[in-house]
Design a binder for this molecule. Structure first.
Ligand SMILES: Nc1nc2c(ncn2[C@@H]2O[C@H](COP(=O)(O)OP(=O)(O)OP(=O)(O)O)[C@@H](O)[C@H]2O)c(=O)[nH]1
Ligand SMILES: [Mg+2]
Ligand SMILES: [Zn+2]
Length: 285
């Protein structure tokens, strides 16, 4: 019978079978199958309480480790920790690279001081990404968010302490996930969620994941432009075939920034990200 891996905790896989039974499978020290490590989200064939086969994956995200995802929910708080469009653009580049559709949820609007949420929403709407503003005391958007998750496999991704587990708990109170504190002294969350765990209810799969304190984007300089959000707004080619949209002349992206078609703030995020990456050939020096 076919099933889906929900978690791998204490050397046991929990697998949801097609008939909705959940079984535990202990792989006896072996979590590899045909040389690939099994991941949460993998679709498997079960025979006599053993994993017989792993079905081909649609996509994989390596941090957090999860396979076969339809929707990546980027959770970003407006305060504690502070909102950062740079981080948001970084997460979006990562999801684009992994071919995962994004949804952005902004939390803690009850705590924030002066942030222009409308401008943030408008920028991302322009490139076709939906943003939902939802704090933990606001129940009005629960049904709407659930309708976006229906019949999909989703996961939450974001910094530690932004409210990923809290969001899942407000959608599905029965999951009763552990929520951590935000430490003002450390100026970050406390890594409350320790493992990737896929949960299932009413046709919705959603994974809680551990938060980041820093995220390394494992792309080369020459790749970033293909995955960075906002550049999809421009269809024309730059003069140089491999233009990095940085110091080059005759660059259509820079022209679009000048003409306010691409927001300057996001172009600056691109330059910052670019400066943190290496060229593809540098590794082989
Ligand atoms: N005021 C306010 N607090 C919130 C909101 N959402 C979450 N919190 C609080 O933020 C803290 C961290 O929430 P978590 O849900 O544990 O954060 P997380 O993203 O799961 O963190 P990790 O598991 O460490 O990655 C908790 O104290 C929550 O009660 C919100 O919308 N408003
Ligand atoms: Mg958590
Ligand atoms: Zn260019």
């Amino acid at each position: 019978m076919r099933g889906k891996i929900l978690s791998y905790i204490a050397k046991e896989f929990r697998i949801l079978l097609e008939d909705k039974r959940i079984i535990s499978v202990s792989p006896r020290g072996k979590i590899q199958f045909n040389n690939q490590t099994l991941l949460v989200g993998d679709n498997v064939e079960i025979l006599d309480n053993r994993i017989e086969k792993v079905y081909p994956r649609k996509n994989v995200l390596y941090r957090p480790k999860i396979a076969n995802i339809d929707l990546g929910i980027i959770v970003m708080s407006l305060s504690q920790p502070n909102f950062s469009s740079y981080l948001l653009d970084k997460f979006l580049s990562l999801l684009n690279y992994c071919n995962i559709m994004p949804l952005i949820v902004l939390t803690k609007d009850d705590l924030m001081n002066e942030i222009d949420i409308d401008k943030i929403i408008l920028d991302y709407k322009q490139i076709g990404i939906e943003i939902i503003v939802k704090n933990k005391n606001d129940d009005s958007k629960i049904e709407y968010i659930k309708s976006l998750l229906k019949d999909k496999v989703s996961f939450v991704i974001g910094q530690t302490g932004v409210g990923k587990s809290t969001l899942i708990n407000t959608l599905f109170p029965s999951f009763n996930l552990k929520e951590g504190e935000y430490s003002k002294a450390l100026n970050r969350g406390k890594h409350q969620t320790k493992e990737v765990r896929l949960l299932y209810q009413d046709g919705i799969y959603i994974a809680d994941t551990p938060g980041f304190s820093s995220l390394e984007l494992k792309l080369y300089k020459d790749e970033l432009k293909d995955y960075f959000p906002f550049f999809s707004l421009i269809k024309e080619n730059c003069y140089f075939l491999n233009c990095l949209h940085d110091k080059e002349t005759n660059c259509k992206i820079k022209e679009a920034v000048k003409n306010n078609i691409i927001p300057l703030e996001h172009y600056q995020n691109y330059l910052k990200l670019l400066s943190e990456l290496i060229y593809s050939h540098e590794r082989y020096k």
